[in-house]
Every structure is written in C-alpha cells, then in structure tokens.
Design a protein around this ligand. Structure first.
Ligand SMILES: C[S@@+](CC[C@H](N)C(=O)[O-])C[C@H]1O[C@@H](n2cnc3c(N)ncnc32)[C@H](O)[C@@H]1O
Length: 431
C-alpha cells in the first residue's frame, strides 16, 4: 500500500454514525455511570459484537476504558475480557459490569442517605476531624478543590469507605468519582487540566444524591436486562484486569472477537485527565511515572529500535525530522504494533479484530493512524475484511484541535481544525 492510498476516499456509511441516538439512548443501563473521554457509543460496540461473534464467544477489549465493550458483550451473552492500564478505568468497568440486587441497593440507599444527613447535622465536625486525620497532606487535591468543597467531599468519601458490602461501596465510589470534576475548580469545558477560579461550584451532597438516584435506576435496568445465567456466573463471563494491552489475560487462540478503540498519540494525556478520582483513590503517587505507562503519552521513551512494519509510519515520522515529536510518533506506532501482535496471539484463526480509529494532524503533518494500523496488521498475519468509514456525531468527542499544538481545544476557541469528523472501523480477520 502506498501513502497516496487514503482511506478517506471510502464512502461514509451513515448506518454506523448512530446520529439518531439521543444522550438518553447512549447512556442506557450502566453506561451513564461515568463520563470517560473518547468513550464508545454502546450501539457501535453492540453491533460489532452481534455481527462478528455469537453467544458464548469470547470478546476482548484490550483498551476497555470505561468498559463499553465489556458491558455490551455481557448484555449480548458473550464472555468478556477487558484490560486497561488505567486503574480508574478498571475500577469503573468493574462496577459497570456488576449488577447489584435492586432491593439491596434501595434498602441501603435509604439507610445511607438519612445517615449522611445525621452526620451533617450532628457529627459534621467529628467526621471532618476524622477524615482530616486519615487524609495525608495532598497538595494536588488542594490545587483542585476549595477548602469547603474538599471538606464536604472528605466526609462523603470516608462515609463511603465505611460501607461494608464491597459491591455497594464500589458503586458509591464511582458515583463519587463522577461528581468530582463538577465539585472542583477544573474548567468544566476544558479537555486539558485547567483551573477556573471563577467557577460556580455545585454543592457536593446534592450532586452526589442526584447522581446516585440516576445510578440506582440504571442498575435496576441493567439487573433486569442482563441474562440470569450471566448474573449467576459473573466470574465465568467477566474477566477484567488493570494491566497492559500487551499482556492480555487470555489463552492463545481462544478469542473470537476484539472490539477496541486504541489511545491516540499525545491527543489526550489520559493520566492527567483522570487525575481527580485517581488523587482521591490514591492510584498514583508519582504522576510522571504513572503517565509513562499510557500508550500515546509524550512522556514515554523507548531505547531499542523496532521495525514498525509500516512504510506509511516511517514516512510520517520522517516528516517530523529529528524533533521530539518524531520519537513520540515512532514510540506510539511501535507500542501499537506490540498490541497487534498480542491481539493475534489471543485470537482464533478466523477471529476478527475490529479497531476503531481516526486520523489526526500535528503541526501540519497528517498522522494516518488508520492507514498505518491497516498496513501493520496486514503485515503480521491479518486479512482486511471490511473498512467502515463513519461520521462521529459531535456530541461523542471533542472535535477540535489547535492547529499549532495539535492538542484538543475548547470548541469556541479560534484557530480551530476539525479533529475527528470521521473515523474508521478496520475489520481484520486473523489468517
Ligand atoms: C480511547 S480510550 C478507550 C475508551 C473505551 N472504548 C470506552 O468506551 O470507554 C483508550 C484507552 O486506552 C488505555 N490505555 C492506554 N495505554 C494502555 C496500555 N498500555 N494498555 C492498556 N490500556 C491502555 C487508556 O487508559 C484509555 O482508557
């Protein structure tokens, strides 16, 4: 394949855009629990699962993020295997795939909320003191939260940690994680971590209650929709881990299908974006070390040279000359090649890898992720079965990038360039 071959020429298939779906549709069952950047539209994952696998098959997502694929695999009676390097993603995916008996949750809910109010009225100071004792000095939390918001959140957080039932405790912790951004001075519309010192802060207890009510309803829906066989044998149907996409918890050649959307090169620093819940949950002590684990991070370095299996990739890298960016892009494609080799290991002969990916641009250079992935996958033993070109409804992704820096920017900023107006689904069959 030559670089002049552009996948952009493939006609757009509108049936894959799901532009008729409302926010309510896309946040059905547990999909509403957490706002994760670059989250899949559940209907896309579900359609791929139904078209390329059958009931009882193993479906894998090596970059599961907030678990859209794994939730949909369970809903469609498949065995799901999901992995993410981000502990927060793993935690959210675990909670989103864990139906809780509605009765237990509602009973608990009723007990928990009046209890919280009592704490507020009577024992507020006591709990605050206790929380402060447990809380070690954390400058980064202080950077993002005002003193009064932080104090309320501390009470909420340590009250949740007292919950004995692990599933219910985790359910409440995801609810807590979801409200953090709104409670903090993190610029609500910014994709990058930016402070907004004039932000109108919302009351944490009210926010928590309203998110909790929503989640209780959605858990109820999930509970009633998921097959009882799966509910009764969840450990058999669900394997999810906080690990690397290059080390999947799968036997050789056991998976029928992979449905995934990989990270992008330096588009999001995922580690930075998830720092609020990660700070509260103590997931990282050292942000710089944490960042390096993420594929696509500009903080990662690689010593050894690797054959990228892609002329297109080499050509793109050469356009960056000897700059730091050349190395970042090279690392990214090298990391992705390793991920594809791991996908090949776990897939059965005839199994499919469905890779959802868009092309990007940096400093005027087109980063043709889809073309490179297609070349790499074809060179390591996959056959291309289909390439779906889809439009991304704007509500799903930040759609603009700064032309100079290549970073995502606010939609109202000047100097804009549409970043992902369309993307591709590469359907690759293992030979
Ligand atoms: C585009 S997001 C996936 C979103 C997901 N499809 C969803 O619906 O939420 C890409 C994910 O790749 C993860 N990631 C980055 N480097 C990784 C690695 N080395 N191994 C596994 N996951 C990684 C990021 O943490 C992020 O969650």
């Amino acid at each position: 394949m030559t670089e002049s071959f552009s996948l952009k020429r493939i006609e757009i298939d509108k049936t894959w855009s799901f532009s008729d779906k409302t926010v309510k549709d896309t946040s059905y069952i547990t999909h509403c629990y957490y706002t994760y950047p670059a989250k899949f539209i559940p209907h896309l994952a579900s359609r791929l699962i139904n078209e390329y696998s059958k009931e009882g098959d193993i479906v894998v997502d090596p970059f599961m993020g907030s678990g859209t694929t794994v939730v949909e695999a369970l809903m469609n009676k498949r065995i799901c295997i999901g992995v993410d390097i981000n502990e927060l993603a793993y935690f959210i995916s675990k909670v989103k795939t864990q139906p809780i008996p509605t009765k237990e949750l509602i009973q608990f809910n009723w007990e928990f909320l009046p209890d919280l109010k009592t704490r507020l009225n009577g024992k507020y100071d006591l709990y605050l003191e206790k929380a402060k004792k447990i809380e070690s000095e954390n400058e980064r939390i202080d950077y993002w939260f005002t003193e009064s918001q932080k104090n309320k959140l501390l009470i909420l957080y340590y009250s949740i940690l007292e919950i004995e039932n692990k599933n219910i405790r985790n359910f409440y912790l995801v609810c807590f994680a979801q409200i953090l951004k709104t409670c903090s001075i993190w610029h609500q519309k910014s994709i990058k971590p930016t402070r907004d010192l004039k932000k109108n802060l919302q009351e944490p207890f009210q926010l928590f209650n309203s998110q909790l009510n929503k989640m209780v309803k959605q858990n109820d829906e999930f509970n009633s929709m998921i097959a009882s066989e799966i509910k009764a044998n969840l450990n058999k149907y669900r394997i999810i881990q906080n690990s690397d996409a290059r080390n999947l918890p799968c036997q050789d050649e056991e998976a029928a299908l992979i449905v995934t959307s990989p990270p992008y090169v330096t588009s999001y620093e995922y580690a930075d974006l998830h720092q609020l819940p990660s700070l509260w949950f103590g997931y990282f002590d050292e942000l710089p070390e944490f960042r390096k684990k993420f594929i696509g991070s500009s903080y990662k370095t690689r010593d050894e040279e690797i054959d990228l299996q892609s002329k297109i990739a080499n050509n793109i890298i050469s356009k960056f000359g000897k700059s730091k960016k050349a190395n970042e892009v090279k690392n990214y494609f090298a990391d992705m090649l390793e991920c594809f080799l791991e996908m090949k290991r776990v897939l059965k002969k005839g199994g499919r890898a469905c890779i959802v990916i868009g092309n990007t641009q940096f400093k005027g250079v087109d980063i043709l992720n889809a073309e490179v992935f297609l070349e790499q996958l074809s060179n390591i033993g996959f056959v291309n079965e289909d390439i779906i070109h889809r439009e991304i409804p704007s509500k799903m992704l930040p759609s603009t990038r700064d032309k100079k820096t290549g970073q995502f920017v606010k939609a109202d900023s000047s100097d804009l360039k549409l970043a992902y107006p369309t993307e591709f689904i590469l359907v690759m069959e293992k030979e």
